[in-house]
Design a protein around this ligand. Sequence first.
Ligand code: MOS
Length: 767
Amino acid sequence: MFFVDKSDTAFAPLPRLADEKGAIGRPKVRRTGRAKVTGTAAYTAERDGRHSPDSFPGLLHAVAVPATIAKGRVTAIDASAAEAMAGVRHVLTPANSPKIKVPEGAGGLSFQSVEPAGPAGAESQEIVHAGQYVAAVIADSFEAARDGAMAVKVSYEEEPNPLIAIEAVRGSQERPESLMGDPPVMEEGDAEAALREAPLRIDQQYKTDTNHHNPIEPHATIAAFRRDDDGSETLSVRDTTQNLYGTRGSLAEAFGLKPEQVEVVCDYVGGAFGSKGVMWPQALLACKCAKLAGAPVKLVVTRRQLYGGTGFRSPTLQRVGLAAKEDGTLTGILHEGLTITSIRDNYSDAVVMATKVMYAAPNRRLAQRQGRLNTQLPTFMRAPAETPGMFPLECAMDELAEAAGLDPIELRVRNEPEKDPTTGKPFSDRRFVECLRAGAERFGWADRPLKPRQRREGRWLIGTGVAAATYPAFGFPTEVELTIRANGSVRAVCATHELGTGTATVQAQTTADLLGVPAGRVTFDLGTTAYPKGGVSGGSATTLSVGSALRDAAEKLKAALVQHAPAESPLSGAKPDDVSFDSGKLVLTESGEGEALEDLLEEADRAELSAKGRYSPGESDYSKHSFGATFVEVGVDEEFGLVRVRRMLGCYACGTILNRKLGRSQFLGGMVMGIGSGLLEVTHHDTRLARWTNDNLAEYHVPVNADVPDIDVMWIDAPDFNASPIGAKGIGEIGITGVNAAFANAVWHATGKRHRSCPITPEMVMA
Ligand code: MOS
């Protein structure tokens, strides 16, 4: 089923990949599908005691009180009216808030803004962004808590000129400390000189706007402190999170507990897209409320509070310069980006990162600056570096193709590097040109006119555009436990997350092939810190990290089973390397002689046998990235400013696709989100108040079915065993990375007008 054309890879190919019996690749449906469509899958935000009567008896509800100013200080909090309301139990303010140690944070983020701000004398009184929590109301019901929260009177001393627009910090000279571990300035040769001297040059300013994630399940936490008979304290938490162990570590630190005293559980995540990758203040606030009330407390962030209390995608201002010879060969690449961060904390989208691997040139300068605004801290949002960063690069490539009189695909093929232009390492596997060619063929690119404004159908000008997609093959340290049982069943567990991607389904398929058993016999459980450590489910890293740890566990199980083989067995004394799992047996690879797994356990008098597996990516000799090509066709009505998506096609090279159906859904989801970032989604702000104004789903436009045409998804079936032990590279994010630029390029092709700001909105098209 898969095309494996390399045998000298860093990791040996999985034996079953090319095998008809294999489970990997099969289009199995999500194991969680039935629970989700029948409404029995309980998300954190909707757990109310009916779903989990045993977990949180006497559950109370808390609603946060957000600051209504963006800069200044709290002078007084009057909770008396709220406290007198029916159902209200407590009002948490800095005066009675349980003391915590502000945790160091995870993923390089700090948490300076997690303490509720209060009046003078309280530990924190400074307001640095609108929506910062200043208090919380704890009540018998969500409704009573919400009413109470509206009755809390907060007085402020407001400072002038809060900043929310990126243009206000255009001149900032501050550099981010690092860009995902890389320095914020990378220079070789002289890109500015190359730009001055080149016969062909593009040098333009670009903008990408603020986006908010808008998961359907908002951030939510249920917290309960328990005191056991021996006097020891435990904190039990249900949290909607992409990072179970990260949240556990931060909460333990905050409340002075050992990590083992904190349990974090999350069965399902109702959308995240990066927004639940680090712990946000609501989790700490819920725990504080539980402590104050001496009862379990649930806190669900409201839709509006998602725009002030949790992270978002930074707006960016970027400059891209491309210098080229007459034939389009690049001689210089300049990419400078400005992103934003909050007043006290640090996060910067690494927008120049993709440029490091896309194209080579002897003269390159990649540099980033950041400015500080009165906002909550920005955070990861689906392909946080590439979605904003590939927009100017791939628009500029289209402009260069126009200047060179070349087809945009031909220009990219001419600039295809042989190795990673920055590290000099060979690519684990690249296949970008294959994606361009295969995509172009299926999309019907061949007869596309080079010049714009060549096709019209009634009111609609029609154009097509292409752009590259890329994403790194990240992996995070991950541990799993794998158990085979005498009854023939197999169970794997890991504290990883079900983001809707089908983790349990695809890892059951992986386990099945690793052990040579049918996938139906394999259970994969996740979602609690009771299981071995999973990494953050971000960076498109979960599938390859968990699968690679499972491969390690399967190897260890093999060694343990050989040890348990009785003296008369052909397996007795065999080297683990000389045996393999095959069709429910462990056999000598050479002869095929061996024994059924059940028999081996029976003979060893064991009901089950377990092994722990680990994956830690470490340094690689290879540059590990996925690549792809995104094609779109748009219709543009210039009078009404409308851009309609007519067709989209994505072709990707991401290594092993573990499940054709769920893999397609991941690519598709990324492309649909790209319709949002490219054409629809922008969080507007009020410059005077420094507040987001369209903080709701009615005015913040995520794509709906009417915006989404039939989308064609294809990929190159080529496992990449230089990238990971299961040949897979992540697929959750690459789908969105080329879409912004593909739209801008298609709108130019339709109309002849370049838009260098994203999303492309009706007023821009009409202007
Ligand atoms: Mo993704 S933005 O790394 O959760």
